[in-house]
Design a binder for this molecule. Sequence first.
Ligand SMILES: NC(=O)c1ccc[n+]([C@@H]2O[C@H](COP(=O)([O-])OP(=O)(O)OC[C@H]3O[C@@H](n4cnc5c(N)ncnc54)[C@H](O)[C@@H]3O)[C@@H](O)[C@H]2O)c1
Length: 350
Amino acid sequence: MKLLVTGGAGFIGSAVVRLAVERGYQVVNLDALTYAANLANVEPVADSPLYAFVQADIRDRGALDAAFAAHRPDIVLHLAAESHVDRSIDGPADFIDTNITGTFNMLEAARKYWQAAGRPDGFRFHHVSTDEVFGSLPADPAVQFTEATAYDPRSPYSASKAASDHLVRAWFETYGLPVVLSNCSNNYGPYHFPEKLIPVVILNALAGRPLPIYGDGSNIRDWLYVEDHADALLLVATKGAMGRSYNIGGENERTNLQLVRTICTILDRLRPRGSGAYADLITFVADRPGHDARYAINPSRIRDELGWRLSVTVEEGLERTVRWYLDNEAWWRPLLARQGVGQRLGKGAP
Ligand SMILES: NC(=O)c1ccc[n+]([C@@H]2O[C@H](COP(=O)([O-])OP(=O)(O)OC[C@H]3O[C@@H](n4cnc5c(N)ncnc54)[C@H](O)[C@@H]3O)[C@@H](O)[C@H]2O)c1
């Protein structure tokens, strides 16, 4: 079976590519190689006869038609996107172009290919989306996002992902394109680009720099280990019911402050500072405008219908992640020079 994975040089896409090749799928990785991409993420499988790479931009419809014609995939996993909320506040246009128009191009290229191929059984277009489309939850732990939660996006990023989810559903209802969708919580793990909270905290701590926490650190996120997510995505793409969406979450709700303190404790044990504890570096900074208070996923559908299970708690996943960054400086060091990395982005209007 051949999978076309878009965004396969990014954080989650590369975890999907590595796992899929390991499981014996043929994989075509289509990626424009933006600032967030890194081909080192797929280096472990790059020499496999099962793996192919196409450098193409999902804003370029012609390039997508050519990729479908050349590679004739059985299943599409569409992950390519602009993914950083803070960057979407400073420059929303790229998010509209890539996440909305790019997804429209992918749907049209997939539809043309699927129709011309005689609507083959088993073809699937899987759109990978976020729980941020559902907006913000109250503190009550009994209230969680389900697949029936109404859309209420608050940031340019989440609004662009909500729009692309709507397009995907419309292509199913209108044209019968066989689609599946998934909406997941915050991912973390190896190969995470160092502009997102967890790698920023690990790398700042190692450099003895302040550990920035937005607002008072009380915002709650539901942390999902990226390799568990990749496993869930392969399950949804191959076994998901047509037209259905699946929420994927880690059942690991933590406030940002709790999360950062846990990382500090792990680092205190694995790489003690000369003096003091890493938590001494915690610094509260101005909050993100429109910062959603709480995200929490109810993953019962994917658990009950597809049999998906988590493999790690957030403490186990964080320990693996910290160890990975300690062992892989050659991977992360060059990324610190990329545009915007290490700067405070997305503060909004002064
Ligand atoms: N990271 C998370 O916690 C999270 C949570 C929920 C959903 N998601 C979704 O999962 C997907 C992957 O997220 P990620 O964190 O791996 O993102 P990422 O930023 O690490 O990677 C995105 C990849 O897409 C590629 N890309 C961007 N624009 C492109 C374009 N125009 N054409 C082709 N390729 C392009 C980039 O080069 C990069 O390799 C996204 O759709 C995102 O919305 C992410």
